[in-house]
Design a protein around this ligand. Structure first.
Ligand code: NDP
Length: 293
């Protein structure tokens, strides 16, 4: 069997289209949803992410700002920037792009972001709300994964879901969403990580296997049950002298082999990645609606 390829670009496009009438309704009230990104240092991947977030805002007629700061920025200076964004009426949502230089205490920074403007959904208040099933601003990548499943009518009800990876931004929150009581949830969830024994056996139990590891092609076909739905969150650069840039992007899943066994699979690029930005825009519109109402 060859898996159906989940087209994240198509789903992201439909999410962005659905935002248009909401943005128009806000504009009628004189509100232009605004997103700001704070970029500290000159990490090339972060610059690319931040630029594509700003471009996506422009295309939808939203306001965007990128606040670029040197890698030497202090914790206190970053907190000041956050406080000014909390108070800025043109900005309804903002994020501080990861990774941050080592002098910055990232979890401490997150606490300073107003929960109403926390469009990454990382503030402990929003994390708690998500956990009790009342989240308004859900973390973008995990929420994007749920939207992909929903779009392809893939039921999660009563399914064995295995999430490999326990980061605060992907693994833990996607597990939390899948275990909720309700639609596009109600799964039986296992979280695996680098200390999991018999990882292969654990993965093989999965009806829905989510890989958020950060290791190229780590999930091999023999770790996947026949007919499983495989969601690959990983974005890894591997050297490729045949390409102009000298590298290409691959996921955490051995796509070519696993697609012969899975029923659905996300490609990298073009799977989960586009959803992250779409959900960020969606959260910004939601934040503008919440603040404006
Ligand atoms: P982290 O590095 O924070 O977490 C990786 C997780 O994988 C950890 O829990 C780690 O376990 C686990 N892990 C590492 N090695 C193994 C192993 N050998 N066996 C089992 N588990 C292992 O990564 P993130 O969650 O931030 O990101 C994961 C991947 O997703 C990256 O490639 C990242 O670039 C990508 N990503 C993609 C996004 C998108 O929009 N598509 C958004 C965010 C991330 P332990 O906790 O024990 O160390």
């Amino acid at each position: 069997m060859s898996a159906k390829i989940i087209d994240g670009k198509e789903v992201a496009k439909s999410i962005k289209l659905s935002l248009k009438p909401r943005i128009a309704a806000l504009k009628e009230k004189g509100i232009v949803p605004g997103l700001a990104a704070v970029l500290v240092g000159d990490n090339p991947a972060s610059q690319t992410y931040v630029n594509s977030k700003a471009k996506a805002c422009d295309r939808l007629g939203m306001y965007s700002e990128v606040i670029r700061q040197p890698a030497s920025l202090s914790q206190e200076e970053l907190v000041e920037i956050i406080e000014s964004l909390n108070a800025n009426p043109k900005i309804h949502g903002f994020l501080v792009q990861s990774p941050l230089p080592e002098q910055i205490d990232e979890p401490e920074i997150t606490v300073h972001i107003s929960p109403e403007k926390d469009v990454d959904g990382f503030h402990p208040f929003n994390v708690g709300q998500m956990l009790i099933g009342r989240g308004k601003l859900l973390p973008c990548t995990p929420h994007g994964i749920i939207k992909l499943l929903e779009y392809y009518d893939i039921s999660t009800e009563g399914k064995e879901a295995v999430v490999v990876g326990r980061s605060n931004i992907v693994g833990k929150p996607v597990a939390a969403l899948l275990m909720q009581k309700g639609k596009m949830a109600n799964a039986t969830v296992t979280i695996a990580h680098s200390r999991t024994s018999n990882l292969s056996e654990v993965c093989k139990r999965a009806d829905i296997l989510i890989a958020a590891i950060g290791r190229p092609n780590f999930i091999s076909a023999d770790m996947v049950k026949e007919g499983a739905v495989v969601i690959d969150v990983g974005i890894n650069r591997v050297d490729d002298p045949d390409t102009e840039k000298g590298y290409r992007l691959v996921g955490d899943v051995d796509f070519e082999a696993v697609k012969e066994k899975a029923s659905y699979i996300t490609p990298v690029p073009g799977g989960v990645g586009p959803m992250t930005i779409a959900m960020l825009l969606s959260n910004t519109v939601t934040a503008a609606e919440n603040i404006g109402s």
